[in-house]
Design a protein around this ligand. Structure first.
Ligand code: SAH
Ligand code: MG
Length: 206
């Protein structure tokens, strides 16, 4: 069977998303689009936005993708995931917005994906629109992950999905903040775990 049409090669987009996880994001966004718009925290250069946005397009929906575009701790100069191509010498800050716009333009997704340049928490405070899917892949500190969970999980409609990236059962494999909010969501009784894809946790709102 022919796979989804991403317009461009997802592997050619800078970012942090395994193709298996991307394909799962596509399927979830396509299904969730029947319930409401989808929203992503952590656009970076648009790799996951490409998968989610293609799913929204095929499901007749819309994707909001939220990022301040200044990078997480690990993207700053001197840190492990710093990319000098994304450094804006005018501001002396990281800026991944031009790369995101390039990805959306190349994939012909500009009518489906709405980039929002904002701090996740500032936006969550005023957000009221019910969402079919929320994907959390922003800051990975404990404070940031917890704020994203508290700020965004309440907006997922019944039957919709809360999706969390970078789950590591073993602390030796990676940071524990994402899996901690994943466990909190299950413990709340409001979300039921669906099968994971690699480090991608998928929860359905009950
Ligand atoms: N989903 C992307 C990777 C995201 S990397 C991919 O598929 O490649 C994490 C992103 O979260 C970074 O671009 C960073 O700028 C953003 N971020 C971190 N903390 C944030 C916050 N509080 N509000 C908005 N964006 C944030
Ligand atoms: Mg991630």
């Amino acid at each position: 069977m022919k796979g989804p049409d991403f317009g461009i090669d997802p592997d050619a987009v800078k970012g942090f998303m395994h193709p298996d996880e991307g394909r799962r994001l596509y399927e979830l966004a396509r299904r969730a689009s029947a319930l409401g718009p989808c929203l992503e925290i952590g656009s970076y250069c648009g790799k996951s936005s490409l998968y989610l946005g293609s799913g929204c397009r095929d499901g007749g929906g819309l994707l909001f993708t939220v990022d301040h575009h200044r990078g997480s701790e690990e993207h700053q100069p001197g840190e492990a995931y710093h990319d000098p191509d994304l450094f804006d010498s005018l501001t002396g800050r990281m800026d991944s917005l031009p790369a995101l716009r390039h990805t959306l333009h190349a994939a012909n997704l500009e009518d489906v994906v709405v980039p929002v340049v904002a701090r996740s928490f500032s936006l969550a405070k005023v957000w009221t629109m019910p969402l079919g899917l929320v994907f959390i892949d922003g800051g990975h500190s404990h404070a940031a992950a917890l704020a994203d969970y508290r700020g965004w999980a309440p907006h997922v409609v019944v039957g919709g999905y809360l999706v969390i990236h970078d789950l590591f059962d073993d602390p030796a494999e990676g940071g524990q903040a994402p899996i901690e909010i994943y466990r909190l969501a299950i413990a709340s009784g409001l979300f039921e775990a669906a099968p994971r894809t690699r480090t991608l946790g998928v929860l359905m709102r009950q």
